[in-house]
Every structure is written in C-alpha cells, then in structure tokens.
Design a binder for this molecule. Structure first.
Ligand code: ATP
Length: 307
C-alpha cells in the first residue's frame, strides 16, 4: 500500500533522505522511529505529497505520490498532525467532522450519517467548541475528523504526545481498530512504550537511512541499533536485558527474552519457584511475597533462584 523505493529528499543542498526503501502492506501498523532530524517527518509528508522525492519513488495505493496532486492523495491518505490545533478549524465538533467530507465532495446524506456515527462513537457533543475541549479531546476530535473520511492509509505524527495514559490508550485503540479493519498505518512516534504496546513492526530511520526494519521487539531488543539511533527501549525490555546480563544462564530463557510485564513476572516467578521451594510456577506467583504487588521481592527471589 505504501512503498518507498530508494527515496531521496533534499531541502536546498541538504539531502535528508539518502535512499530509503521499505514497503508497508495493507492493514499493517508500522512505527517510524529515530532521533530528531532523522528524516521521519520528511518521509511522512511524502506519503501525502507535501514533500516530493528528489530521487526514487513513493507509491501509495499504486499511485506515484511524487507526481500526484495533493488533493488526489488526500482522498486516500488521512494525516493526523502532532498538534491538533494545526488541524482543527471549525467552531463546532460537528462542523469539524463535516469539514473534510465536504471538501472531498461527499454526498450530504452520507456525510451526515458518518458524522452522526462518529459523534456517538467518540462521545462528542455536536455543538461543542473544539477550542474549549482539553488537549486529549481535541486530539480525539482531530482523529475522528480523519477517520470519517475512511482513509485507506493513515499517517500519524506523534499521535500520543501531550496525552495522559488514558487518552493515549483511547487514541491508540481507535488506531488499532482502523488497522484491524484494513487501514494501512504509518506512525511516527518518540515513545518506545507506545511503540512496544501498539506497533507490530518498527522502522528505524537514522541520518536519512533505514537503520533497522523488523518486528518491533526484535528492533527494540537490538542494543546496537538502539544505541546508534539514540533510542531507549521500553523499561520491561531494559530490565529483561539487564537481568540477562547479570545472569548469563537465563539470557536465552524466558527472563532474558521477556517483552511485557506479564511475561517478565511469569518468567521471574518461575525462577523464584526454586528459591521458595514451590513446585510449580503458579505456586510461586501466589506464595507470600511473590505477588505482582511485591515485584521487588519477586525479582530478588527470582534472581536468587537462578543463582
Ligand atoms: N522545510 C524545511 N526546510 C529546511 N530543512 C528542513 C525542513 N524540514 C526539515 N528540515 C531539516 O531536515 C532534517 C530532517 O527533518 P525531519 O523533520 O524530517 O526529521 P524528523 O526525524 O522528523 O525530526 P523530528 O523528530 O525533530 O521531527 C532536519 O535536519 C531538519 O532540520
């Protein structure tokens, strides 16, 4: 659905993408990560034609995005800015949701149906003034305004920045549902916890080139890649890797390969079983001092059991 074929991009004499290639299939949700200035926003803006390649090709749904009109690409590509205030332009939630549909020439009846549906699903008040909503609600409104267009491709620029945990989860739940329904999602994100929780695949851009591209945890666990790209892995991954370094005998086992809190707690609880004298892992999880709420003791006991 999105294909970068040896793509180059420059601002004046400065080349910021130096031959970038990747392919994102329909329905995939892919995170694009990298340090500031790596070229992520430039790559994103190429998908909807705001930046044109100076070399190679960007194909979106079979259309050459380097040659297509921005208005043509807008029918396929929904774009969510990092700051919803750069997107919101109407004085009521309802008008905001209608804005893009009208711009695309949607039939009045169909537009009204989609907007009513979005108002109900997202829980907006139709006459709410968007600029009086809090940051999270404005982000949801901007996202809803994109989703009513039923885009085949969704490009997200830092969709969770400035949101609290609950708002972040709501935004990502909507994005996940769109992806599950077949929408191709490319998400620029600086938060590796969000990437780990929601993006099955991650592409790392570094100095205008693809440094890594693969299943998210494979990328996040690659210390060389993470260090070169100045990225910090999610805490659970960092703890699991630290334990694997401290206890080489578990490096290739469940403790050294845990990617989620549940996986790590299970792995450590299993290890703790021997120090507690419990026969089964389940016993270890329920034994006194081994609950998730006493995680520090679980880790200590787990390490103890492994020594
Ligand atoms: N319109 C522009 N004119 C000139 N230089 C630009 C322009 N936009 C971006 N750049 C430069 O191109 C390089 C890549 O920028 P880009 O915004 O694509 O990176 P990024 O990975 O998205 O960074 P960030 O995470 O900070 O947004 C940076 O050095 C930036 O300063």
């Amino acid at each position: 659905m999105i294909e970068f074929q040896n793509v180059r991009a420059s601002y004046g004499a400065r080349e910021v993408l130096q031959g970038v290639s990747f392919r994102i299939a329909p329905g995939e949700l892919v995170a694009l990560v990298g340090t500031n200035g790596a070229g992520k926003s430039t790559a994103m803006r190429m998908v909807n034609g705001l930046v044109r390649p100076t070399g190679g090709r960007v194909m979106v749904g079979g259309v050459d995005a380097g040659r297509a009109k921005v208005s043509q690409l807008a029918r396929t590509v929904g774009f969510l800015f990092q700051n919803p205030d750069r997107q919101i332009c109407c004085s009521t939630a309802r008008d905001e949701l209608l804005f893009g549909l009208r711009a695309c020439g949607a039939d009045d009846e169909e537009a009204a149906r989609r907007v009513d549906d979005a108002i109900e699903r997202f829980g907006f008040r139709a006459d709410a003034d968007p600029f009086l909503l809090n940051r999270g609600a404005r982000q949801m409104l901007a996202l809803a305004a994109v989703t009513v267009l039923h885009p085949a491709v969704l490009v997200l620029d830092e969709p969770t920045t400035g949101l609290d945990f609950r708002e972040c989860e709501r935004v990502m739940e909507v994005v996940g549902r769109l992806s599950a329904a077949g929408c191709t999602v490319m998400m620029v994100c600086h938060d590796m916890e969000v990437v780990a929780d929601h993006a099955p695949r991650t592409i790392v851009l570094h100095e205008g080139l693809v440094l890594a591209d693969g299943p998210t945890f494979q990328v996040l666990r690659d210390r060389d890649v993470m260090q070169r790209a100045s990225l910090v892995p999610p805490q659970v991954v960092a703890i699991s890797q630290q334990m694997a370094r401290d206890l080489p005998q578990v490096a290739d086992g469940p403790v050294g390969c845990a990617n989620t809190v549940d996986q790590l707690v299970d792995a450590v609880a299993c290890a703790a079983a021997s120090s507690l004298g419990a026969r089964r892992c389940a016993d270890a999880r329920t034994a006194p001092g081994s609950s998730v709420g006493c995680a520090d003791r679980v880790f200590e006991q787990g390490k103890e059991g492994l020594r």
